[in-house]
Design a protein around this ligand. Structure first.
Ligand code: IMP
Length: 440
């Protein structure tokens, strides 16, 4: 059975977990392919709020097996804590979490290096989540990483490896004017975590190949968003993994041909945390209003998110880059109270107009958004009632400007607040490329 891939279409925090949770009703396996505890995925079930950082949100469905893919970087202590937190809240995770032996470990020295690097950059900092993500991926690329597979080595070998890495990294930390970490403490915590994680670690690739070949429903979950992708995002203001659809094959071991249906998650407006270009950002009272109405504060760091209007230029680029076949538009209800709603239709650069998102941040720095304005509906859009006609008109206008059908709309944090506004495509029905003009 073809795999459904869910990808963030903007700068992360689009509400992916909400849609994964909706789609996971029918899934057998949910697999995450990149990132680490920098992600904060929130799901609300019967008024109860669950925040996930490492475990795929599909875990809330008892029949779903969750896989932490090889493209992830995982803090083992944080993973054990997250699993324990779920168990304490009555989620039966027994035998339903598999961790790829290929995934890399985020170690305490990575966290410290992340903070030290940000401090060194000062005003030019990236605004990371401070979870050690870039240093962990840097070690992976430098072939200096420690992988989940290493947790299954003989204790003495693992200990020697960790002590060696701590020695090297402490030298680096001290050179940056920061205290090193205690090797003894790092080893002790890792050995404790390994006792818990060892039974979950495996080569997850054959498991996933078998699942796909035997017709099981596999859902692939991206973290962060397209414009935080290490290659396609607003480099250097990006995360350190391949958050866009291309990363899914690498980060799971599933072949690119397995992915037929790509669901892009877009917020009905835009937000960004951390630094870097954000062309449709609203620095005025309307941006503040969006933040208040949408409760736009980071799940992982609690930071206030920068807020602005839906950026159709970025979204069009995202649709083409990811091969998005269907869009899920989230938080439409946040716009309920607004008198008018703006959409960035194009970027102006001097006398010219750009209709795609440039590859280099230098080309973004001078762009001025050209906005279109839509009348607000000033009435609550609620699931189960017919959608206010102006809300539907807004959705249709976005489809036109983005060049892809909007199949799902989310109107609130609850699981029940997802509305299907276009006929669902079966997972066999993904299109090879997004349609320029969606039909009803
Ligand atoms: P890092 O991934 O912690 O290295 O942070 C790099 C950039 O990605 C910063 O701008 C972060 O704010 C941003 N970022 C990382 N994870 C997320 C996320 O899950 N949602 C939104 N932004 C994120």
């Amino acid at each position: 059975m073809p795999v459904t891939l869910v990808v963030g279409g903007q700068w992360g925090d689009e509400g992916k977990a909400k849609i994964i949770d909706y789609l996971a009703r029918d899934a057998d396996v949910v697999v995450r392919y990149q990132g680490g505890a920098n992600a904060g995925h929130t799901v609300v079930v019967d008024g109860e709020r669950f925040a996930f950082h490492l475990v795929p949100s599909g875990i809330l469905y008892p029949r779903v097996t969750c896989v932490l893919g090889g493209g992830m970087v995982i803090d083992p202590v944080a993973l054990v804590r997250e699993i324990d937190g779920l168990v304490a809240r009555g989620v039966d995770v027994g035998g339903r979490i598999r961790v790829s032996a290929q995934a890399h470990l985020v170690m305490p020295y990575h966290v410290r290096l992340d903070h030290a690097s940000e401090a060194r950059k000062g005003r030019e900092c990236i605004g990371t989540t401070g979870k050690g993500i870039a240093p962990a991926y840097a070690d992976k690329a430098a072939r200096d990483g420690i992988r989940m597979a290493d947790l299954q080595r003989k204790r003495a070998d693992l200990e020697a490896l960790v002590r060696e890495r701590v020695r090297e990294k402490n030298r680096l930390l001290r050179a940056m004017g920061v205290a090193g970490v205690s090797a003894q403490r790092v080893v002790a915590d890792l050995l404790t975590a390994r006792r818990r994680l060892s039974p979950l670690i495996m080569d997850t690739r054959p498991f996933l190949w078998d699942a796909v070949e035997s017709g099981r429903d596999v859902l692939c979950e991206g973290a962060q968003g397209t414009f935080l992708d290490i290659d396609h995002g607003t480099y250097p203001f990006v995360t350190s993994s391949s958050a866009s659809a291309g990363g899914a094959a690498i980060g799971t071991g599933l072949p690119p041909s397995a992915f037929k249906r790509v669901i892009g998650i877009f917020k009905a407006y835009c937000t960004r945390v951390g630094n870097g270009p954000f062309p449709s950002e609203d620095h005025g009272p309307e941006g503040n209003l969006l933040r208040d109405l949408g409760n736009e504060y980071g799940t992982t760091t609690g930071r206030p998110r920068r807020c602005g209007w839906f950026d159709a230029v970025a979204a069009r680029t995202s649709v083409r880059l990811n091969g998005i076949t269907d869009i899920a538009l989230t938080k439409l209800d946040v716009l309920d109270a607004l008198a008018h709603i703006k959409v960035c239709a194009a970027y102006r650069v001097g006398q010219r107009e750009l209709d795609y998102f440039p590859a280099d941040v230098a080309d973004l720095s001078g762009v001025k958004p050209r906005y279109e304005s839509f009348p607000g509906w000033k009435t609550p859009a609620v699931a189960g009632a017919s959608m206010p006609s102006r809300a539907l008109a807004y959705v249709r206008a976005l489809e036109e400007r983005v060049g892809c059908r909007i199949a799902l709309v989310s109107l609130g944090p609850e699981r029940s607040a997802v509305v299907q506004v276009r006929r669902a495509r079966s997972s066999h029905e993904g299109t090879r490329r997004a349609r320029r003009r969606p039909s009803a």
